[in-house]
Write a protein that binds this ligand. Structure first.
Ligand code: HEC
Length: 149
């Protein structure tokens, strides 16, 4: 009886590391998937908030614009931190990892152009707001051309 118990224990201790390692691989895969999903979700947020702001430009509803622009600002500010080493994946160009400096610069420019929208809305200056929106929207294509596959 005791011997059989010992055999089971030994067998378990041999199996456990394999189970743990198997588990670890799955977790790592899942976290890459999570990272990719999170950054896609941020871009979806960028897309939906910017098009909502666009539709509001003619209304002079500065309060609604400011609120949406805060959400846009948060998504844009967070975005660049979702590209750690080893998270290379389909839609993201290799250039993000090859030329991180330019990628960061474009992200920073995007963020400061979004801040100009808030400033114009606070001034309730519709001409400035329209210009600020155009300048902000030019970032989408500029960045996608270089950094999106
Ligand atoms: C600083 C760079 C940068 C800027 C600025 C930028 N994007 Fe992106 N965008 C990307 C990258 C990189 C991807 C690819 C994401 C990936 O696969 O990791 C992407 C992907 C997307 C996607 C696809 C998301 C999905 O779920 O498939 C949409 C939609 C999008 N961007 C919209 C926009 C819009 C609209 C703007 C401007 C208001 C914008 N982006 C500005 C870099 C940028």
């Amino acid at each position: 009886m005791i011997t059989r118990f010992k055999i089971i224990l030994i067998a378990l201790s041999l199996i456990t590391p394999t189970i743990l390692m198997g588990h670890k691989v799955t977790l790592e895969d899942k976290s890459l998937e999570e990272i990719v999903n999170n950054r896609m979700a941020l871009m979806q947020k960028v897309k939906s908030t910017s098009s909502q702001i666009f539709r509001l430009l003619k209304t002079n509803d500065y309060e609604a614009i400011l609120e949406l622009n805060e959400t846009l600002l948060h998504a844009a500010t967070e975005f660049k931190d979702h590209y750690p080493e080893g998270s290379q994946h389909k839609g993201a160009s290799e250039e993000i990892w090859n030329d991180r400096e330019t990628f960061n610069e474009l992200n920073d420019k995007f963020v400061s152009d979004i801040e100009m929208i808030s400033l114009s809305a606070e001034f309730e200056d519709s001409e400035m707001l329209n210009d600020a929106f155009k300048v902000m929207a030019a970032n989408c294509g500029a960045c996608h051309k270089k950094f999106r596959n």
